[in-house]
Design a protein around this ligand. Structure first.
Ligand code: ADP
Ligand code: MG
Length: 224
């Protein structure tokens, strides 16, 4: 019986996912269709502007498909010894540019003698980026995003803190579920992917939050 229940749950989850992804992909499709139609009717000057919108929407659709696939696949994750600080420093210019546009600031507090460990750099980059994006989206202008690294014995800690809207208690349990979102144009795949990446690295992810004060995501990895 337990197997049967498990199978039903999985099936309905697949059904739920299919419904959500269909919905998510249809939005950009509709926008693209509308603008391609307009491009045919309008002058070349207008076409340039529409071209950018169409490209952005195509990228968005592609992003959704990529996130969904990385979640759904039993992906093989190659790992090699890398430095978490180096990855954060690589991302920094991108984060600063993004924050700048929003009138926010970003601070890094990196433990200088952090140990390297086996990781898939591409996925860890994605993890940090997803957490940082959420942080920025939760803050208004003058918000402060802090990315911190620490090490206590053989445990490495990555903290992503924001001074944003915070998360109500009743939402905390749902954050990591695929397609859970409170945003009008969110996909709800960001944190689900973060959890999957952390699990691939045998780490843990935790969140503490206070409404109207801010949120901190803490990821811990064990170095062997
Ligand atoms: P999305 O960003 O597309 O909504 P995510 O999986 O990245 O999907 O996040 C799920 C939800 O978790 C968000 O819609 C938001 O409600 C909440 N959330 C995540 N990070 C934060 C944060 N730093 N501050 C406040 N809420 C957050
Ligand atoms: Mg997100």
């Amino acid at each position: 019986l337990r197997d049967e229940v498990g199978r039903m749950e999985r099936l309905s989850l697949v059904g739920q996912m299919a419904a959500s992804i269909t919905h998510e992909i249809r939005n950009p499709m509709a926008v693209i269709r509308g603008f391609v139609q307009l491009m045919q009717e309008r002058s070349p000057e207008n076409q340039r502007e529409y071209y950018h919108i169409v490209m952005e929407e195509l990228d968005r659709a592609n992003g959704i498909i990529n996130d969904f696939l990385s979640l759904a696949q039993n992906r093989i994750v190659d790992k090699e010894k890398s430095s978490l600080n180096a990855i954060i420093n690589e991302l920094a210019p991108l984060l600063w540019a993004d924050a700048n546009l929003r009138g926010q600031s970003v601070e890094l507090e990196l433990e200088p003698s952090l140990a390297s460990f086996d990781m898939n750099a591409k996925e860890i980059k994605q993890l940090i980026l997803n957490l940082a994006r959420n942080a920025m989206e939760a803050m208004g202008d003058k918000g402060l995003l802090v990315i911190r690294t620490k090490q206590i014995d053989n445990v490495i800690e990555l903290q992503v803190s924001d001074t944003g809207c915070g998360i109500p208690q009743e939402q905390l349990d749902h954050l990591f579920e695929p397609f859970y979102t409170t945003k009008t144009s969110g996909t709800g795949l960001g944190l689900a992917l973060c959890l999957s990446i952390v699990e691939q690295h045998l780490g843990k992810i935790e969140v503490t939050s206070k409404e109207d004060v801010g949120t901190t995501f803490v990821v811990t990895f064990t170095v062997t």
